[in-house]
Design a protein around this ligand. Structure first.
Ligand code: AMP
Length: 280
């Protein structure tokens, strides 16, 4: 695996792969790899001749007071893990490489960026859309792989490439979980052992909502209540939001007639964790 930090190096390597007739797969990340990241890379490896991973903790998607400065990092471990699953190129730019001093263009996906995580993180999806647009333009992959764990982000990215006619196929992958159900996240590293145990309440709540739906519930408030009850059983968990939204549009629903996503965000100690489940 080759590690590069400059944009022109990425362009040159991808151009060479293209000349060799290879399909290019791309996995954007913020590092501190876990099995969720590695699953995206493995899928890219299976489907593409040349696999590019970016490792960039994107400052524009963090709000003031968030964990940008202390976001987990393990560059040596990440390099070893990415090489281990057969990644060809790791692009790990400095912030000034992505955002030179005269940078002034931002991308905003309007409707899908509202509500859910954006209420607590204003400007977050503008930062996500901007960096994803830049990275897709730079790498110009045939396929780019994203996790359903970040469901609103996935929808924003799908809309972005559709609206801007970007010639890339967005491939979504299911959330990878710990054996006890906790969605894998780089931010799980912030949790103390007691917080780590309490954090399972998010997925337990989502499973309770799924059970209610399977029993025939169609009132979104009833599903949200099931999640909140699970969160309330853990004193170390402070709910941020529980929402039931249309799985395609993320619009609020008053009565469940189409697939919905049940999305939850909660604080556990220093960590703000998110999870979701799609109910067909
Ligand atoms: P991040 O490094 O957190 O920005 O995540 C990089 C990519 O990995 C995004 O597409 C995430 O949705 C995806 N991802 C993060 N956690 C998981 C997980 N537990 N399962 C599947 N994909 C994930």
């Amino acid at each position: 695996m080759e590690v590069v930090t400059r944009r022109e190096e990425v362009r040159a390597r991808v151009a060479a792969a293209r000349r060799a007739g290879q399909r290019v797969g791309f996995v954007p990340t913020m590092g501190a790899f876990h099995e969720g990241h590695l699953e995206l890379m493995r899928r890219a490896r299976q489907e593409c001749g040349f696999v590019v991973v970016s490792l960039f903790v994107n400052p524009t998607q963090f709000s003031p007071g968030e964990d940008l400065a202390r976001y987990p990092h393990d560059f040596a471990g990440d390099c070893a893990a990415a090489a281990g699953v057969g990644v060809d190129l790791l692009f790990a730019p400095a912030a000034e490489e992505v955002y030179p001093p005269d940078f002034q263009t931002y991308v905003e996906v309007e409707g899908l960026s509202r509500g859910l995580c954006s209420d607590r993180r204003p400007g977050h999806f503008r930062g996500v859309a901007t960096v994803v647009a830049k990275l897709l333009n730079l790498v110009q992959p045939d396929r780019a792989y994203f996790g359903e764990k970040d469901f609103q982000q996935l929808r924003v990215v799908q809309q972005l490439v559709r609206d801007l006619d970007m010639p890339v196929e967005i491939v979504p992958l299911p959330t990878v979980r710990e054996p006890d159900g906790l969605a894998m996240s780089s931010r799980n590293r912030y949790l103390s052992p007691a917080e780590r145990r309490a954090a399972t309440a998010l997925y337990r709540g989502l499973l309770a909502a799924r059970a209610r739906r399977a029993q025939g519930a169609r009132d979104p408030a009833e599903l949200a209540q099931a999640v909140l009850a699970a969160l309330a059983s853990e004193p170390l968990v402070r709910p941020d939001y529980v929402e039931v939204r249309d799985a395609a549009t993320l619009a609020p629903v008053e009565w469940i007639e189409k697939p919905v996503v049940v999305a939850v965000a909660a604080y556990v100690g220093q960590a703000r964790l998110i999870d979701n489940i799609v109910l067909e």
